[in-house]
Design a protein around this ligand. Structure first.
Ligand code: KIV
Ligand code: NA
Length: 265
């Protein structure tokens, strides 16, 4: 997978994307043939148990990107730029984006619309591919007031159309549409020549992304309607751990084959 293939997939082949936060997750995603791997700032939520993505930082996510690259050497890896790693100044944004590329990412992702277009242009001019992210942008949770479906009124739709156009003009290679009304996501997808990757935005997007823990049934604390669980790993893992604990207690683990004896090597 590379930028050219991503761009030419539009209208021909739907793109699959999943979040990954570790070496073995990356290895499994690559083995499964997932098109795009995202080191999301949702790391804060699903790996650290924090209530939103705002505490994520460059320092926190850089080693994660390195680990993901070690696990998926041939995959296209996108790194989320954390909250306040690209807003303070353009030079700071460029420096931090560069660190993610040096850590092994092929591209970075930024939340926001027209207001980040000048930065997107600078980054792409310097060889750092940028993925956009509009609709529900979790880094704006304090100014939005919660996690709501976007594109429900005319004003919001107009803003989304302006955002995707500004981002495309600035040079993004793809745009995540998060929690956008399906019909609006269709309009936005037709509006641009670059692929849209949806999460909670319906079937008309050029690709889909889900968070690892949602997709695999590890996060069972809540299930928004846009999530489809392809496995129930939490249940399976808890069951396995209970079995282990039980076998330790009743002495059936370790057995002969798990032990080193004087008569064998
Ligand atoms: O951080 C994340 O997981 C994301 C996806 C939901 C797109 O940004
Ligand atoms: Na994110």
């Amino acid at each position: 997978m590379n930028i050219k293939k991503i761009l030419s997939a539009k209208g021909k082949k739907k793109l699959s994307m999943v979040t990954v936060y570790s070496y073995f997750q990356a290895k499994m995603a690559e083995e499964a043939g997932i098109d795009l791997l995202l080191v999301g700032d949702s790391y804060a939520n699903v790996m650290l148990g924090l209530k939103n993505t705002l505490p994520a930082s460059t320092e926190l996510l850089l080693p994660v990107v390195e680990a993901v690259r070690r696990g998926a050497q041939n995959s296209f890896i996108i790194a989320d730029m954390p909250f306040m790693s690209y807003q303070v100044s353009e030079s700071e944004a460029i420096r931090n984006a560069g660190l993610f590329i040096k850590a092994g990412a092929n591209a970075i992702k930024l939340e926001g619309g027209a207001e980040i277009a000048p930065l997107v242009k600078r980054l792409t001019d310097y060889g750092i591919p940028v993925m956009g992210h509009v609709g529900l942008t979790p880094q704006y949770v304090n100014s939005i007031g919660g996690y709501f479906v976007q594109g429900r009124d005319e004003k919001s739709v107009k803003r989304l159309v302006e955002s995707v156009n500004a981002l495309e003009d600035a040079g993004v290679f793809a745009i995540v549409l998060e929690l956008v009304v399906e019909e609006v996501a269709k309009v936005l997808t037709e509006e641009v020549k670059i692929p849209t990757i949806g999460i909670g935005s319906g079937k008309f997007c050029d690709g889909q992304v889900l968070v690892w823990h949602d997709l695999l049934g590890i996060n069972t604390e809540f299930k928004p309607r846009f999530v489809k669980r392809y496995a129930n790993l939490r249940e399976e893992i808890v069951k396995a751990l209970m079995e282990y604990a039980q076998e330790v207690k009743d002495g059936s683990f370790p057995s002969v084959e798990n032990a080193f004896r004087e008569e064998n090597e």
